[in-house]
Write a protein that binds this ligand. Structure first.
Ligand SMILES: [Fe+2]
Length: 307
């Protein structure tokens, strides 16, 4: 693969399209911060800050993603779980690791390396974050999607990653996407087993990875051993615009105004975006005046968001 300017993640930039799923390779396997003892220590620190998401291995592909931790609780602490992940029967995500001073360096190291290649076609990288997934044998990440663009990299063990195109309305309807951007709700995403046939499937081993555009639905099945995976995520000018448009469509729908799907009519998108960007700015200014703290979506780094 063509490697331009990034030592840790190898992307074929000649084929890179920010809205297309693509395989990548990486060389993070031996990184000091991704070794078991370091992850136990990080888990302890993040748990104290409320930045751990976990559920048991009873979660299935169709379990609602947002409520999986409540429906299938993992009652052990982060440190206990991480120390014995082979037997813990758990799925654990260490959230927003960039909030930890040590791990922010890792997020910077990787995303600074990717930035020149990304910016050429998708400018405005911001809201940067890192997420580390430590998973017991055969545990599942339920079917869901996220707002960020995502480089997901397999560090230890094996897993099968299913990803669907972000435009695949069989996997996620336009309405599901609108609602998610407006409220973070994922309840209109519906899993059925036949969806597997429409997915791009990655059989990830250490050193393998994938790029998943914003709101590409995905589901992950862990292999027969424990595994460690890390995701590096960000917004760009285009993902922020896409999010504003979907969110606006959802709000307008409640007023009885139905619009063509985002992307179908560029001039409608331009008009809606112009109006809603203005409203968003006014809202932000009003919050500032009221002394309320806000974390804008063009901030350099993301903050914890457990939902
Ligand atoms: Fe995800």
């Amino acid at each position: 693969m063509g490697n331009t300017g990034c030592a840790l993640v190898d992307v074929d930039w000649s084929r890179f399209d920010p809205w297309r799923i693509q395989s990548v390779q990486h060389s993070l396997g031996g990184h000091a911060l991704l070794q078991p003892d370091e992850l136990v220590a990080l888990g302890q620190r993040l748990e104290d800050a409320g930045r751990v998401r976990t559920h048991s291995d009873a979660a299935a592909p169709g379990t609602p993603f947002n409520t999986a931790p409540r429906l299938h609780p993992n009652r052990r602490s982060a440190a206990e779980t991480l120390r014995d992940i082979g037997n813990a029967r758990a799925w654990m995500s260490l959230l927003n690791v960039q909030t930890d001073a040590t791990y922010r360096n890792l997020v910077d190291e990787v995303l600074d390396g990717l930035r020149p290649g990304v910016e050429r076609v998708d400018p405005g990288m911001c809201y940067r974050a890192g997420w580390i997934f430590v998973t017991s044998p055969r545990a599942v990440t339920p079917f869901h999607f996220d707002k960020e663009h995502n480089f997901i990299l397999q560090v230890h063990g094996r897993k099968t990653l299913y990803v669907w195109d972000h435009r695949d309305v069989e996997a996620a309807s336009e309405r599901a996407r609108d609602r998610f951007h407006a409220s973070h709700a994922r309840d209109l995403l519906v899993w059925h087993d036949e969806l597997r046939e429409r997915a791009q499937v990655f059989h990830l081993r250490p050193g393998d990875g994938a790029y998943m555009p914003s709101t590409s639905p995905h589901m992950v099945e862990n292999g027969d051993g424990p595994s460690v995976t890390i995701s590096f995520t960000y917004y760009t000018r285009a993902t922020r615009r896409d999010s504003i448009l979907h969110s606006a469509h959802e709000r307008l729908r409640h007023w009885g105004i139905g619009l063509p799907a985002v992307g179908a009519q560029p001039h409608v998108d331009a008009l809606v975006f112009g109006i809603h960007r203005g409203l968003a700015r006014a809202r932000r200014a009003a919050h500032r005046l009221a002394g309320r703290s806000i974390h804008p979506d063009d901030a350099p780094y993301a903050l914890a968001d457990v939902s």
